[in-house]
Write a protein that binds this ligand. Structure first.
Ligand code: ADP
Ligand code: MG
Length: 493
């Protein structure tokens, strides 16, 4: 670990929420600085709760940041859980394993992937480069006979129907398993801590969150399924801001299963990785499993060297979480294709009816069907979201930007159109980099899934904890690390 300094530093994250209308800011609360270390300043009941939250974060490693200068701060969090209907939560949870099986099934269907992604491969260089790695590593034949997945299926509550509508299923570089687990625990603590004498706290409404252990256990199970060889490699971004979430997982895997994790950027793998009789080696160690926490976005590949590293990993006999095929299966275009009549049903005949309940309306922008979809969206740009084949937040187009892009025309085969989900709003007490803000918010629920298939046998497939990401109601996107949202947990009602 680059630093062991136990001070928090005011983060340089974009304080998007503070600039919005209708926000309340409490000044000089719960802030420490690396230089001055002024300590935690109490200012009334609201701040006392935020101070308790920040102290809990620091004590329990609920932290973000971590560049080479050792700057880090507590994670942006809500100071209390946000209400979410129990029935919607349970539906999302119950269907989560079926989605894991579905996306793995898609990843194994070369013809379906090839046909579905044809337009995206033609129009989007990033999808094309991933597809190239898939082909050059031998497609389905070159692939390991196992898949280990740490997935997260994301939902927003559709206020009109009361149903959880699926935003997307993440098959690569899913994050916040560790910090999400800790936020749930923090909210339980704060509920007890702030209860009046004699007050009964309804812990049943705040589900226990085992996302951290579920992720660690399934990765360890995948490593063991491959013969317990060498170390686990975690592929990370240089100057990773979410290092603590990742390190908690590594520590859990080491403490519980005795397996070492080595962190490596794609550039480092390119420089210091090699293949020895098919085995991936890195700095002299054999690697049995590669867990990607980077590699999902074009900026992770600034040179051809990073692509060489991705190919090297893919060509090795290490188990990949995910394989490039599973990464491609998580494309927005696949999600849209699955929504077409009969397609989901062909993969999941027995579960399709349940799964369909959480599908939002999705539209292809190819051909005649595309022309109709463009008309629909131009008539009501605020009712839709335009999505390119990207992960990681900040890429979608809304309202005016959506209208402008559709009017520009050209080949839109690398985009999909989606119904805009309209969740109910809440008032939320948040704390970010020591600043307390009470804001109007919208929430997105993530249900984690652990999945391990060996050969044709599904060995593990279960839902494993959850995460609520809560953002300012005025913000279109919801990235926590990107500075748009806070980590939250559901209060089931
Ligand atoms: P990414 O892969 O970049 O995370 P998402 O599809 O999850 O892409 O979209 C990013 C964010 O945009 C979501 O977290 C959510 O806040 C918002 N968003 C995405 N789709 C919709 C939708 N259909 N309705 C409302 N908001 C959406
Ligand atoms: Mg997302």
């Amino acid at each position: 670990m680059a630093t062991t300094r136990a001070t928090t530093t005011r983060a340089t994250t974009r304080a998007t929420m503070g600039r919005r209308r209708g926000t309340t800011t409490t000044r000089a609360t719960a802030t420490t600085t690396g230089a001055g270390n002024r300590g935690l300043v109490r200012e009334g009941a609201t701040s006392a709760r935020a101070v308790e939250a920040v102290a809990y974060c620091v004590e329990h490693g609920l932290m973000i940041g971590g560049d080479e200068a050792g700057r880090f701060t507590h994670a942006p969090v809500s100071c209390a859980p946000t209400t979410f209907p129990r029935s919607a939560y349970e539906l999302a949870e119950a269907t989560s394993p079926a989605f894991a099986e579905l996306y793995d099934g898609v990843s194994r269907d070369d013809g379906f992937l090839r046909e579905t992604l044809r337009g995206a491969i033609k129009n989007d260089a990033f999808t094309a480069a991933l597809w190239d790695v898939y082909e050059r590593s031998g497609g389905q034949e070159g692939r390991q006979k196992a898949e280990v997945g740490v997935l997260r299926s994301d939902y927003m509550l559709d206020a009109p129907s009361g149903l959880p509508l699926q935003v997307e299923v993440n098959t690569v570089s899913t994050s916040f398993m560790a910090l999400g687990s800790k936020v749930s625990a923090m909210h339980r603590h704060l509920a007890a801590w702030s209860a009046k004498p004699g007050e009964v706290v309804d812990f049943d409404a705040m589900p226990q969150n085992d996302a951290l252990s579920s992720a660690g256990d399934v990765l360890a199970a995948g490593w063991k399924a491959m013969g317990s060889k060498g170390k686990i490699m975690m592929v990370v971004q240089p100057n990773e801001r979410n290092m603590f979430d990742q390190r908690h997982i590594s520590h859990y895997i080491f403490e519980t299963h005795g397996i070492h994790t080595v962190r490596a950027t794609l550039a480092e793998v390119n420089a210091e990785g090699a293949l020895r009789d098919g085995t991936l080696t890195f700095r002299g160690d054999d690697i049995g499993l590669v867990y990607f926490r980077a590699g999902y976005t074009p900026s992770d590949y600034p040179t051809s060297g990073e692509w060489s590293a991705r190919l090297l990993i893919e060509q090795s006999n290490a188990l990949k979480s995910p394989s490039v095929a599973m990464h491609l299966a998580g494309s927005k275009k696949v999600q849209q294709k699955l929504a077409e009549a009969g397609v989901l049903e062909s993969f999941m005949p027995e579960r399709a009816a349940d799964m369909r309940r959480v599908f939002a309306d999705l539209y292809s922008l190819d051909g005649d069907e595309g022309t109709e979809a463009i008309k629909l969206a131009l008539a009501n740009p605020a009712g839709y979201v335009l999505k390119p084949q990207r992960e990681g937040g900040g890429n979608n187009l809304y309202s005016d930007d959506l209208r402008k892009r559709l009017e520009l025309g050209g080949d839109l085969g690398a985009f999909i159109l989606m119904q805009r989900i309209l969740p109910p709003s809440h008032q939320t007490l948040t704390v970010r980099a020591g600043k307390v803000l009470e804001i109007e918010t919208l929430s997105e629920l993530g249900i984690y899934g652990s999945y391990l298939r060996v050969g044709d046998e599904i060995v593990i497939n279960k839902h494993g904890g959850s995460l609520l990401r809560t953002k300012a109601a005025t913000s279109d996107e919801g990235g926590v690390a990107a500075g748009y949202a806070v980590l939250d947990s559901p209060l089931l009602v």
